[in-house]
Design a protein around this ligand. Sequence first.
Ligand code: SF4
Length: 312
Amino acid sequence: MHYRYVFGPVPSRRLGISLGVDMVPHKVCTLNCIYCECGPTTDLTLRRKEYVPFRTVTRELDAWLSSHPAPDYITFSGSGEPTLNCRIGEMIGFIKQKYSKIPVAVLTNGTLFSDPGVRRELLEADLVLPSLDAALPGAFMRLNRPHRDLDVVRHIRGLTDFRKEYKGRIWLEVFLLPGYNDDEENLDALKKALKGIAADRIQLNTLDRPGAVKGLRPAEPAALERIRKDWDFPQLEIIAAVSERKQKASYNENIEDAILGTIGRRPCTVEDLSRILGLHINEINKYLDTLEADRRIEVLEMRRGNFYQLKR
Ligand code: SF4
């Protein structure tokens, strides 16, 4: 079967082996974050609709889950904002009813949580991973470049309201970028907002892949450590590097497609691809050489090594 909306499984930093479900087309999002590893947003919108056909996604999930070992999580993620799909609640319900043993996670930027209907649709998920990078309007605009009708105060209130209504776990990600949200005023405002939201975990992250904008630099480990100490939340952690794949298995039959599908979602190193696809580095390299010669992919040099991405 050719999968369009179900992808992976990928070894995720936070979720182990995670089977991805993409509920919106590439870069349909409420934000256009400068650090987005999927590139610039092409459809900056707040409009909720059935962006991808519900029946096709359930068919793909059924086909995948009946022929592979169960993943650690089924995760709504991908290269856009999944809560923009107006049937995400139904989709979570479908999984919980048919595959009740597999936990469901939702990776979201959380900007639509100001809508009580969106919050209600996520109540059945086991884990929700929203983001909050800025608590002041200036940093929100510069870092997240939101749709013009979004406002950071409502964003924070939406997250706080969700915490009160939702019984599952919330792991909130804060993305730190030097020069954008790491000054004292922004860090103080963020600390106050985080206190109110009271997530089960707060995960500090920074750039380790190329973002949508060139020339960004990651926060230094020592700076992240200083913030951790200063904020002093017991549930705060600095996110570690990608964990090793728990089981080695070659899930994708068509290797070239699998490589293109994986780096189409975010740029990867050879090592990332090797872990994700369960293939030897030498084998991945063979394909990368051919794809590069065919000018279908390109290389970007970053601190963590060479990253491959689709040729723009
Ligand atoms: S990082 Fe997430 S929220 Fe930001 S633009 Fe990319 S997909 Fe949208």
